[in-house]
Design a binder for this molecule. Structure first.
Ligand SMILES: [Zn+2]
Length: 235
């Protein structure tokens, strides 16, 4: 069989897109938009169509963060993921964009890739509670026995839920503390005046700046985020 005949009927080409606004239809329209761009019909027209399609989607256009803003978030909580304590790699929207969360610093905490991906578009309460309850019944569980967790063996659903509730409150407390740190005025002002104001580029990413300025950030922290505003801006 010739190689090209295998690809002649791909599963996606046999489907007919429906105008129900579902993900498949959106994908189809997006492909149309991309082919518009490929044909260079009109860049403005392509952009209008793309923006229209992306509205309400999880992958809608996000705000671009300046380097100092990214560093304000990434280095909070001692540069560790709020959820697991490993080194932070990304900024996580506490209330996901897809759930109406704001694209603001007051909704961002440092997280690692694994936690950010696992949390996805869940709220912290849904994610953390689900995480604790997940896999608790293997095989022959009943609501009153059969659950297992790190601390309580053979617990019922109620005990397990109470434990999940406690753990969730603990993680919410951590999030609150880190958000307070990020929004702290002196610290935020220090980052504004001491870290690059530019948007990240391919040769100057936020991650590179984080390593480059690590000792300066350490010193700023040790000195209690001294007022670094230019003289004419001080009271
Ligand atoms: Zn993590």
């Amino acid at each position: 069989m010739a190689r090209w005949s295998v690809t002649a009927t791909s599963p996606s080409s046999s489907k007919t897109p429906h105008a129900d606004g579902g993900p498949f239809y959106r994908r189809y329209l997006l492909d149309q938009a991309v082919s518009l761009r490929a044909r260079a019909v009109s860049h403005a027209r392509y952009r209008r169509l793309r923006d229209h399609l992306m509205r309400g989607s999880v992958d809608r256009k996000r705000r671009r963060w300046r380097i100092f803003e990214s560093l304000t978030v990434l280095t909070a909580n001692d540069g560790c993921c709020v959820y697991c304590g490993r080194t932070s790699q990304t900024m996580d929207h506490v209330i996901p964009l897809a759930r109406g969360g704001a694209d603001e610093l007051s909704n961002l905490v440092p997280a690692c890739h694994a936690c950010n991906n696992s949390k996805n578009d869940k709220t912290p309460v849904e994610w953390w509670t689900g995480r604790w309850l997940k896999g608790s019944w293997r095989g022959k569980g009943t609501p009153r026995e059969g659950g297992w967790s790190l601390d309580i063996k053979d617990a019922g659903l109620r005990e397990l839920y109470l434990q999940a509730h406690e753990q969730t409150l603990a993680i919410l407390g951590c999030i609150d503390e880190v958000l307070a740190e990020i929004e702290g005025e002196e610290r935020a002002s220090w980052f504004l005046w001491n870290m690059p104001f530019e948007y990240p580029s391919s040769f100057w990413t936020a991650d590179m700046c984080r390593h480059w300025y690590a000792s300066r950030i350490e010193k700023g922290k040790a000195d209690g985020w001294p007022d670094s505003r230019p003289d004419h801006l001080r009271k």
